[in-house]
Structures are given as structure tokens and as C-alpha cells.
Design a protein around this ligand. Structure first.
Ligand SMILES: Cc1cc2nc3c(=O)[nH]c(=O)nc-3n(C[C@H](O)[C@H](O)[C@H](O)COP(=O)(O)OP(=O)(O)OC[C@H]3O[C@@H](n4cnc5c(N)ncnc54)[C@H](O)[C@@H]3O)c2cc1C
Ligand code: SF4
Length: 323
């Protein structure tokens, strides 16, 4: 039997206030859509069934890039393509430009937005399937069911954060500007992601991300990113790693590494040593990252292999940072 995608209406507000009012009026029956590159496949698969899509496409002022001050301001509607190609973004935020330049394929990056990427839903081999596939196996906690096919016994969804912008933005200490009925608030990206695959962010009902704010990096700070995926285009990450550190006279200080696509929330590696930046130090960082990473069979790729690749990606990300 053919399952038709549910019918919905599309609202096209032109101001953030109108967006918030629509989200308030329709409550849980409404869903925000930006570029729609993730929302549309998910709608077809019945992963959610909103009655109203609130499109951000015509909202004025959300696609601005202001790189003149501190913090740098990246509008939620800025496309991934624009960010990846922007010379000043590539210069100031090289790991972010690299990460968004490796999202999906060229068409997705021209439609897909930074806000949509930051708010991307988690993914799992048992949920990103057609309705009939999921029905045949038995629905799971994330939608319509009560068990998790990954952990079997767990009562929590462990679907993986799969957005490539999150690790570099975390190493950049980014903050989000969020607007809702209560007005405007700012939240550190560190506090935005939560470890729950059903909904892995702290957006309240009716709230929308309007800007991503990034402290202007100091010239001594280095940033790198690398990603593991099946093909060199289109595919979601099986693992992604962002690194950042200060580099002065060959010494690496304040190292920061974030690993993602392993759990619902990106993971920051703790206890990284400082010192002369050489292969010994980078191997120590890789080992720390390896020890703190336990991939799950929630996305494609053998879990042991994905774990073994963590130090490799750390090394490549450091190489990218020092190029
Ligand atoms: C074949 C394919 C491959 C892909 N590969 C990758 C990949 O390698 N890496 C990757 O990171 N992504 C990948 N994606 C997912 C997607 O294309 C990108 O993440 C894209 O950046 C999503 O942006 P969007 O504007 O299209 O978001 P949408 O699809 O419009 O929205 C995504 C989610 O964010 C919410 N949302 C959007 N904007 C806002 C906002 N301003 N405030 C609050 N909530 C908001 C929506 O409600 C929805 O839940 C892939 C998608 C496809 C179809
Ligand atoms: S992790 Fe478990 S509950 Fe979550 S989507 Fe996968 S199978 Fe479903």
C-alpha cells in the first residue's frame, strides 16, 4: 500500500515576529523550515507530521553576514555554499568553512542554511528509513515505538548528531541568538545540545534561531576540521572532528577537540596536554580522543573502525589547522 506524505499548509512570514506568532498559534503542529534539505526527506518518511510548515525563506534580515566586529555575526539563513566560499569566512573561520563545504552535495549546500545545520535532527540507521521499513521492523522510541534497536535495553534514543557545523562551532565558542514569545535570548552552543536523540537541542516550543555569534578568533588561534564518510560527496558524517589551539613559537596551548557523529551530542575531549606541537603531542591528543569515543551501531560504518579512525582524523584536522 502506498503511503502518501501527509498534507500540510506552508506559511511564508516576512518578519521574525510573524514567525514567532505563527509558531505560537499552531503550537506542536507547526515546524520551521529553512532550506528544507532535511525537513522534506523526513516529511516523506513520516518522521514528523506537522500540519503547518513555517518557512523562513522570506524573512527579512536573517541572511546577513557581519564579519566587521566582535562577535562575528552569521545569519541563520546564510547558505552553506556562501559560507564555504566566502573569502573572509575561510580566512577567519577556516574549520567552519571546511565543515560546511563538506556537507552533502553542491545543490544541498545552495539550499541548506547554517541555522538548519545547527538545528539538524539526529540520525540513525533505524529511523532514517521509509515508514514501511520502520513499521516492518517495529517502530522505535524516536517515533511511534517503545524500544531502541541500537541499545535493545535502553529507554533513551541514542541517534547520532550528524551536523558538520557543530564541532567547529563548538571549538569557536559560538553562541546562538534565539527569539521566541519571551523575547530574545542568547545561549552558548555548549548548552544548546543535549544528550537525547529524540530532540537533541534546547530550543523551546515556538523558538527560532536567528543568528550564530562567534567571538572573533585571536590571530594565534588555529582551527582544523576533518570528516569520515563513505563517499567524498553527499554522505553524512560517520565521524567528524574539529580541533583548535593557540600556536606560539611552535608551542600548542589551550587545545580543544570536539568529536561528533558518535552520540546525540557532540563530545568535547578532556585532559588534552599542551606542549611543543609535534607528532608526539598530536598522537597524545589522538589517544585522548580515542579513549573518550565509543561509537555506536546507530549509523553506517563498523564501530571499531570508526573508533580507530578518531586519532587519524585528529591528525588530519591538526594538519589542516597548521597549513
Ligand atoms: C543526501 C543528503 C546528504 C546530506 N549530507 C549532510 C552532511 O554530510 N552533513 C550535514 O551536516 N548535513 C547533511 N545533510 C542534511 C542537510 O542538507 C544539512 O544539514 C542542511 O544544512 C540543513 O539545512 P536546511 O536549511 O536545509 O535545514 P531544514 O531542512 O530546513 O531544517 C533542518 C532542521 O532545522 C530546523 N530549523 C531550520 N532552521 C531553523 C532555525 N533558524 N531555527 C530553528 N530551527 C530551524 C527545522 O525545523 C529542521 O528540524 C544532508 C541531506 C541530504 C538530503
Ligand atoms: S537510537 Fe534507537 S530509538 Fe533512536 S532512532 Fe535509533 S533505534 Fe530509534
Amino acid at each position: 500500500m502506498l503511503r502518501i506524505a501527509p498534507t500540510f499548509t506552508v506559511e511564508t512570514p516576512t518578519t521574525v515576529d510573524e514567525v514567532v506568532a505563527l509558531l505560537q498559534r499552531h503550537g506542536p503542529e507547526a515546524r520551521v523550515v529553512a532550506g528544507g534539505t532535511d525537513v522534506m526527506p523526513n516529511l516523506k518518511h513520516g518522521l514528523y507530521e506537522p500540519k503547518v510548515l513555517v518557512s523562513l525563506g522570506r524573512v527579512q534580515g536573517l541572511d546577513g553576514l557581519d564579519l566587521s566586529g566582535d562577535p562575528l555575526s552569521l545569519g541563520a539563513l546564510v547558505t552553506l555554499h556562501r559560507l564555504a566560499e566566502h573569502p573572509e569566512v575561510r580566512h577567519l573561520l577556516p574549520s567552519l568553512a571546511a565543515a560546511v563545504g563538506h556537507v552533502a552535495g553542491p545543490q544541498h549546500r545552495r539550499m541548506g542554511t547554517l541555522g538548519g545545520n545547527v538545528c539538524l535532527d539526529t540520525r540513525c540507521v533505524y529511523i532514517n528509513q521509509t515508514y514501511f521499513w520502520r513499521e516492518a521492523l517495529g517502530f522505535c522510541i524516536k517515533k511511534d515505538g517503545t524500544e531502541c534497536h541500537v541499545t535493545r535495553t535502553g529507554k533513551k534514543c541514542v541517534a547520532a548528531a550528524s551536523n558538520d557545523s557543530a564541532p567547529p562551532l563548538l571549538t569557536l565558542d559560538a553562541r546562538l541568538e534565539i527569539v521566541g514569545v519571551g523575547g530574545r535570548r542568547e545561549v552558548a552552543l555548549d548548552d544548546f545540545y543535549v544528550n537525547d536523540g529524540v530532540k537533541n537541542n534546547a530550543l523551546a516550543q515556538g523558538e527560532v534561531v536567528t543568528r550564530i555569534l562567534v567571538p572573533r578568533p585571536a590571530p594565534i588561534r588555529r582551527f582544523g576540521f576533518d570528516k569520515l564518510r563513505i563517499r567524498e560527496s553527499v554522505d553524512f558524517p560517520m565521524l567528524n572532528v574539529a580541533v583548535a589551539f593557540d600556536l606560539v613559537d611552535g608551542q600548542a596551548r589551550r587545545p580543544d577537540i570536539v568529536v561528533s557523529a558518535i552520540a546525540a551530542r557532540p563530545r568535547r575531549v578532556k585532559g588534552l596536554p599542551e606542549g611543543l606541537l609535534n607528532h608526539v603531542l598530536v598522537a597524545e591528543w589522538g589517544e585522548k580522543a580515542f579513549q573518550s569515543t565509543r561509537p555506536l551501531p546507530n549509523i553506517n560504518g563498523d564501530v571499531e573502525w570508526r573508533r580507530e579512525m578518531v586519532p587519524v582524523l585528529v591528525r588530519r584536522a591538526v594538519a589542516a589547522a597548521t597549513e
